[in-house]
Design a protein around this ligand. Sequence first.
Ligand code: FAD
Ligand code: MLT
Ligand code: ZN
Length: 473
Amino acid sequence: MDPALLARLRDAVGADHVLTGGELAAWEVDWRRRWHGKAAAVVRPGTTDEVAAVVRACATHRVAIVPQGGNTGMVGGGVPDASGTQVLLSLQRMSRVRALDVDNLTLTAEAGCVLQTLQEAATAQGLRLPLSLAAEGSCTIGGNLATNAGGTEVLRFGNARQLCLGLEVVTPQGEVWDGLSGLRKDNTGYDLRDLFVGSEGTLGVITAATLALVPRPAATLTALAACADLDAALALLRLARARLASGLTGFELMARHALELVETHFPELPRPLPPTPWAVLLEFDDAQGESTARERLEALLAEALEAGTIGDAAVAGSLAQADAMWQLRESIPLAQARDGLNVKHDVALPVSRIPAFCAATEAALREALPGARLVVFGHLGDGNLHFNLQAPPGQEGADFVAAREAEVNRIVYDAVLAHGGSFSAEHGIGALKVHEMAARKPPVALALMQRIKAALDPLGIMNPHRVLPPAGG
Ligand code: FAD
Ligand code: MLT
Ligand code: ZN
């Protein structure tokens, strides 16, 4: 790295927070261990002004910046490329909760706050931050907003975008935009907040956010139900919506082979239901309290059993049992990672098209890749499936991905588009899906995005080659 830039970075954040040697894998390798980059330096600012100074220094020297939060992203957008020229900007030291306004139902926090810490801050005030994902113990709110994360409560509360009322952002020129509004209504021109949410570090650095909170429900109950097929799972969703209304906060789907993979890698986890082609995990919030909630949930499941929609069900009798049910669901990505590198999909579909999509795509994949193991699970309530493929037994995951990923993606994404879906529901584009953007995003939409990128980041220093293919090919 240019010594003049290095000196400016050290001036900006302190020499202890500019790392250029030693063990940098925690920042250079992604969670899936799929991308292995090399940073010119890892820079760890502690304040918004320090972020701005770092960005100005990099802009002067035309050096690219890759923002990073908890490094739990699934699409390789938060690690540097292999060139050794990019500055990895870690937001982890920016971890202060700036304000919690109980009457306004808002929380303002810095970008590096770990999601779970913010959930706990809300809980301590009798409130709730309704964004939940298995990585919540290490992902950051800045990363959640930069990826517009989804998770397990989207069907009731929306994704990270819906929870974001205001942002503070450092622009690619190193200016600070203070948009930390806690307003629910503010029609004063273009919505800059929504431009930065989901931009994956390509338009600026999110340094803080104001988030909407909700009251905590009097009771939350969790249940597992067994379905013979996806039509039955959809029938259960219809019934749950009708009987539980807005109390239904989670409706997660797990295929038998996904749970088998969990059993292989986490044999110690309890299995509340016998094996079933599809298991559904339901989460239900009730304002009336525990006994009414239990009555309503049990009545729903009894009705579904009676109708033959489900074959079996279990309602958690305690917090520990509810946690155990969620652990099964949340261990699926961990089991996949332990099993080896795999081909991951994060697709959105109209909920009504999911049975037809799955039947057609599974058949096509089984024909093209005999022996490959399908691991299907996801957020059925909001039409988001993880339609993943693990290498055939005995084959190295990395070899499988290198040899077959392009073909698998073509089969899956052709089917997704044919069924009216999207090739990225909640994980974003990162480095993984830039090719799909070029090939499948409508050209006018792509051109508009490229113009926005060029207008906001004319030097192209913010997370280059991520999200968008270069303009003009
Ligand atoms: P990082 O991985 O550090 O970065 C992600 C992207 O955001 C990168 O492009 C990076 O450059 C950019 N970025 C990060 N911070 C900033 C910032 N402050 N300003 C500007 N850009 C920034 N995702 C879901 O949506 N739903 C799930 O259910 C879900 N479950 C997961 C389960 C597991 C076990 C794991 C490992 C991941 C899961 N994810 C899920 C993916 C991941 O947790 C989310 O994408 C999360 O929002 C990333 O946050 P992070 O802080 O780790 O971001
Ligand atoms: C999940 O829903 O568990 C995540 O999005 C992670 C994954 O897709 O592996
Ligand atoms: Zn998911």
